[in-house]
Design a protein around this ligand. Structure first.
Ligand code: PBG
Length: 324
């Protein structure tokens, strides 16, 4: 009457369930994005991201020690740039004494073993809030790539382990790889935001960095959420150009894309659970509508199941704490 095989046999108790579990989340899988601000003693809460702050460099010591103690192996750095330093060409982006460059040196001096990855894109530096140089309402590709490669090199010179171009210009990975190699930074890696979609889930992040586009949107360079095959094209091209890690972003709404890429490439894949995803869970939990911790862990595990090797997530500390 019943089949010989009963699937529930394997779910009878915790020991059995753990024995046959296909995926596991550990603190090795977590990368924490950090927002850095100018000044001293600055710990600015980000309204739509409860628990996240813009921190000044002097407060990084305590934060990084805590992060390292939790077993988190990597951070992804973002900076909030003063309006006065913004221009159309992102000149400040490759200032050796800029906030990002100082932040890299600071992190490396406090936690030398922490893997430091840096965001490479012009938006926080752009007077237009776009990831590239603007001319007559258009985002220029090749001149932007030129600036991005200088920016990436300055991050490498400051001590970044990996640079992470998030701009979606064509050809930037190749240009960055070439520039790094020529300057002797053959060991500096590239984590490319390969499949980065034009997403409204980035809203809270743009509040955090005051980097929302001043006109239009980012659809002429970030990907159309309708597209799946295109993500594979992007990833394969980036690998050809020299990417060491490819990333999919946002996360949960794009698990199919992670899986597609997983089945087609051999290099590591990162997933970025972005600001809006974090905000949604915080809001629902605040209302008592979802159980924060279990939903968080379920979501993070979903990235592993989809095929990601690690996850950039604002939940990194909370998750690591639960795993400890
Ligand atoms: C910069 C960048 C963005 C994010 C990461 N790098 C914003 C954007 O592209 O508009 C979003 C991250 C998040 O929402 O958590 N190009």
């Amino acid at each position: 009457m019943y089949p010989n095989q009963r699937n529930r046999r394997l779910r009878q108790n915790p020991a059995l369930r753990q024995l046959v579990s296909e995926n596991q989340l550990t603190s090795n899988d977590l990368m924490l994005p950090l927002f850095i601000a100018e000044g001293t003693e600055v710990k600015d809460p980000i309204t739509a991201m409860p628990g996240c702050y813009r921190l000044s460099l002097d407060l990084l010591r305590k934060e990084l020690k805590a992060v390292a103690d939790l077993g988190i192996k990597a951070v992804l750095l973002f900076v909030k740039v003063d309006d006065a330093l913004k221009d159309n060409k992102g000149t400040e982006a490759f200032n050796p004494e800029g906030l990002m460059q100082k932040a890299i040196r600071t992190v490396k001096s406090i936690t030398p073993d922490m893997v430091v990855m840096t965001d490479v894109a012009l938006d926080p530096y752009s007077s237009y809030g776009h990831d590239g140089i603007v001319e007559e309402g258009k985002i220029l590709n090749d001149p932007t790539v030129e600036v991005l490669s200088k920016m990436a090199l300055s991050h490498a010179q400051a001590g970044a382990d990996f640079v992470a171009p998030s701009d979606m210009m064509d050809g930037r990975v190749l240009m960055i790889r070439t520039k790094l190699d020529k300057a002797g930074f053959t060991d500096t890696g590239i984590m490319s935001y390969s499949a980065k979609y034009a997403s409204s889930f980035y809203g809270p992040f743009r509040e955090a960095l005051d980097s929302a586009p001043g006109f239009g949107d980012k659809r002429s360079y970030q990907m159309d959420p309708a597209n799946r095959l295109e993500a594979l094209t992007e990833a394969l091209r980036d690998i050809e150009e020299g990417a060491d890690i490819v990333m999919v972003k946002p996360g949960l709404a794009y698990l199919d894309v992670i899986r597609d890429i997983r089945e087609n490439v051999e290099i590591p894949i990162a997933a970025y659970q972005v600001s809006g995803e974090y905000s949604m869970l915080k809001a629902a939990a605040e209302k008592g509508w979802l159980d924060h911790d279990t939903v968080m862990m379920e979501q993070l595990l979903a990235f592993k199941r989809a095929g990601a090797n690690f996850i950039a997530t604002y939940h990194a500390k909370e998750a690591a704490q639960l795993l400890a």
